[in-house]
Design a protein around this ligand. Structure first.
Ligand SMILES: [Zn+2]
Length: 246
């Protein structure tokens, strides 16, 4: 009998920030580094494919880490995922654990991730690829819906959401940057500003609601005190009336 394999799936990590910084530095100077463009571009492509694979697994279709064959499961932690052709098996619990904490999230970036995959696969020139990379990493989650809830790059480039915004703000631009890239830069700065304004407004709205709640509670308390006083005054009045009747 052949040996059964239990490989845990591996997931492509986020693209390192230093590679992106290097890409923009060169682009701003008019240097076309095709190897670096492909390194970043394909890194993003593989990352996105892994995000989609993780999402499929979370929806009930895992895949064999050796041959990528789809394996349906029922979410029972003890469910045994099996691939007969690779002689591989692993419990759903183990499989699920392998993707946790890896930021494999599509969420409001879904349409942009799909668009990137479709277009990058057929892009030929390095300039075309550079624009696709640039467009993708400057997207916001839910930006088509006007939500601007967080930078999409946080699941594609290493770092915390705020670090990612600062990082993108500090990328290099120059006279050699293409008009498309400079236009995306301007749009990005506008989105950051709009997103921050939305966030500040949400905080104000929450404060307004809390203040309203506090005022309502205060009013309720005041009425209760008044009622209590009226009740006590009534009792005292009845007591006095009783005494004078005697
Ligand atoms: Zn397999």
């Amino acid at each position: 009998m052949t040996h059964v394999r239990h490989d845990r799936p591996t997931w492509a990590g986020r693209v390192p920030r230093h590679k992106i910084a290097e890409l923009y530095k060169k682009d701003a100077l008019g240097i076309c580094d095709e190897v670096l463009i492909d390194d970043v571009g394909i890194g993003l492509l593989v990352r996105i494919e892994n995000i989609f694979r993780a999402r499929a697994a979370n929806s009930g279709i895992a895949s064999c880490p050796l041959c990528q064959r789809e394996i349906p499961h029922d979410f029972d932690p003890a469910f045994l995922l099996c691939c007969e052709s690779c002689n591989w098996e692993l419990t759903w619990a183990e499989y699920h654990k392998s993707k946790q904490g890896k930021y494999l999230i599509a969420s409001g970036m879904d349409p942009f991730l799909k668009e990137y995959v479709e277009q990058y696969r057929v892009a030929r020139s390095p300039q075309e690829k550079m624009i696709l990379i640039d467009t993708l990493i400057h997207r916001y989650h839910w930006e088509l819906e006007g939500g601007l809830s967080g930078p999409g790059a946080r699941n594609l480039i290493g770092g915390k959401p705020n670090e990612v915004i600062d990082f993108l703000n500090q990328l290099s631009y120059g006279t050699s940057s293409s008009p498309e890239i400079l236009a995306t830069r301007q749009e990005w700065l506008d989105k950051v500003q709009k997103s921050r304004a939305q966030y500040a407004e949400a905080i104000k709205e929450r404060e307004r609601k809390e203040e309203k709640k506090r005022q309502k509670a205060e009013e309720k308390n005041r009425r209760r005190t008044l009622r209590e006083k009226a009740r006590q005054a009534g009792q005292a009045g009845r007591g006095n009336a009783g005494e004078s009747a005697r």
